[in-house]
Design a binder for this molecule. Structure first.
Ligand code: SF4
Length: 297
């Protein structure tokens, strides 16, 4: 029974990774098409059309639409009654090994000391696995392929709390200007405020799992997202940093309580190659990949 569940999970998760790498998400396609319609720069429109065409070719040929297939992150919501628990990390490592060979994914794990490429997208602390324990008997897996160019622009800032919130749009604008074309815009910005140094970075990364453009459910945070989005798109950085009206496809912000003396701000950049899939797995082995992929052409 557990073996059947394992087999079914491995097959589905490898397929989810293939979809992530080769099929652009619907929300990204819709956002890029809308950017083409509103963009006033000819160069930016041409670049966006190239991106769209490249995504089309990825689907047609079942090949990754960016050469950097990223680092692999898993976010798990593990139900109390789900039968596989301590065996999950090993199962996910096997998934990555198979996916790296089959899709193929670029080997993206380099030992920082020896500089050797560990070749199977695996290593100490890799993949990055975040687990939340929840009621129920299901496992929900969010998997993300996160490009290095955008990840390089991540920032943690510990602000003095006084006036931190009102200074946030200017702070983010400065960070986006410094990043310029390096994170492969149009970007998706994930911002975490509050918590600790580590939890606000995690919150920022998780915020980009939200469907693009879905606002924070707290109205004041939704308003802040919209304010930051307008500010960023007013910077003129544009697609691939070549100038234009659309620098960010979306800005997502999450918050949690902070220490009275601290105001951590975590900023995560995601490139236009926003590769993420959600899979729900039942104890009987039935697995469902959410239908997020490439019906929007
Ligand atoms: S940042 Fe994103 S789009 Fe740019 S090379 Fe890396 S994965 Fe590709």
């Amino acid at each position: 029974m557990k073996d059947d569940l394992r087999d079914s999970m491995k097959t589905t998760l490898v397929e989810a990774l293939r979809l992530c790498a080769t099929h652009a998400r619907n929300d990204v396609l819709v956002a890029i098409k809308s950017a083409i319609e509103t963009e006033t720069s000819t160069i930016a429109r041409d670049q966006l059309s190239c991106i769209l065409n490249n995504m089309r070719m990825g689907i047609r040929n079942s090949l990754p639409y960016c050469q950097d297939t990223g680092s692999i992150h898993f976010f798990l919501r593990l139900g109390d009654g789900f039968p596989i628990r301590s065996g999950l990390p090993e199962l996910l490592r096997e998934v990555i090994q198979d996916a790296t060979a089959l899709i193929p994914l670029r080997p993206n794990t380099v030992d920082p000391v020896s500089e050797m490429n560990l070749s199977a997208n695996l290593g100490n602390c890799i993949p990055d696995i975040d687990i939340i324990l929840v009621p129920g008997d299901k496992l929900q897996v969010d998997v993300m392929l996160k490009g290095g160019g955008s990840e390089n622009m991540s920032q943690l800032i510990m602000l003095p709390p006084l006036k931190a919130l009102e200074s946030l749009p200017s702070l983010i604008a400065r960070i986006v200007v410094d990043a310029g074309g390096k994170p492969c815009p149009p970007i998706i910005l994930g911002i975490g405020i509050g918590g600790s140094a580590s939890s606000c970075m995690k919150m920022a990364k998780k915020s980009i799992l939200r469907p693009l453009g879905r606002s924070n459910s707290r109205p004041e945070l939704a308003e802040l997202e919209s304010k930051i989005h307008s500010r960023v798109n007013g910077l003129g950085i544009g697609t691939m940093g070549l100038g234009g009206d659309v620098t960010a496809l979306a800005v997502h912000l999450e918050s949690c309580p902070r220490h009275p003396a601290s105001f951590p701000v975590g900023v995560i950049f995601q490139c236009y190659a926003h590769r993420h899939a959600r899979i729900t797995i039942s104890p009987n082995g039935s697995c469902k990949i959410r239908d997020d992929f490439s019906n929007a052409f």
